[in-house]
Design a protein around this ligand. Structure first.
Ligand code: DC
Length: 224
């Protein structure tokens, strides 16, 4: 069967990765979480005290970063590795979330990530989620989805996710972080978050994950 590239872009915490994983599973495609790459780079910068306002330091640091995605043996979901270490879980911390949007504004960082993302799509049969996947990484993708959800719904979802790992977290902190990231992601100079002209908008505020998958699968069917 013909394989296509599916891109899913949208605001933070509106369910992009849930839909991307559902689609990859249903279609037997590879799922790539592009945000995990920016998070892993941020983790490296923080651990190695890289001052990312200094161009030279960023260039030097990027030379020492190797990212790859490997399937988890049990769930078969892809997980990100930074220089051979599985960092899939540490990169979800609020400490990383607070800095990642800043790091993702840096041109050299984006070029580094985009080259690798494009390589992963060479054989098609891929679902990639992020902010610039349909606009910059794969502008010719066969199916582009732009996801959105009500702010309150997004804050609640993200809070529940983070609270299970850290009960000290407050809803205010989560709300502020989401607002800040959305602002930086959509106002940066290089590859800001925006809907590709040919993307289909999917608002999942009031639908179940099963309904959202069905809508997306119908879109895939039309494209095939
Ligand atoms: O999807 P996420 O929340 O894990 O992404 C983390 C950050 O990375 C997000 O604030 C913006 C940035 N990002 C980006 O700039 N471009 C992408 N393609 C994916 C993520």
């Amino acid at each position: 069967m013909k394989k296509i590239i599916i891109t899913i872009d949208g605001w933070s915490s509106c369910g992009k990765s849930t839909l991307a994983k559902q689609l990859a599973m249903a279609l037997q495609y590879v799922y790539i979480d592009s945000g995990a790459m920016y998070r892993a780079i941020t983790l490296y910068f923080l651990r190695n005290m890289v001052d990312w306002t200094k161009e030279k330091q960023v260039h030097e640091a990027l030379k020492n970063i190797e990212l790859d995605f490997r399937p988890n043996e049990k769930s078969m979901e892809t997980e990100i590795y930074l220089n051979g270490e599985n960092v899939e879980y540490v990169i979800r911390d609020l400490i990383i979330a607070e800095k990642v949007s800043d790091v993702a504004t840096i041109k050299a960082v984006r070029t580094f990530a985009v080259i690798q993302q494009r390589k992963m799509g060479e054989k098609k049969g891929i679902v990639m989620d992020g902010r610039d996947i349909g606009t910059v990484v794969f502008p010719k993708a066969e199916l582009k989805i732009f996801m959105t959800a009500d702010n309150a719904v997004r804050v609640e979802r993200r809070f529940r996710e983070l609270y299970s790992k850290n009960p000290n977290i407050t809803i205010e902190e989560v709300k502020n972080n989401l607002e800040m990231r959305d602002y930086i992601d959509s106002h940066r100079e290089v590859s800001p978050l925006k809907k590709a002209e040919d993307a289909v908008v999917l608002d999942n505020s009031n639908i179940t994950p099963e309904q959202q998958l069905q809508i997306a699968l119908d879109l895939v069917k039309q494209k095939l």
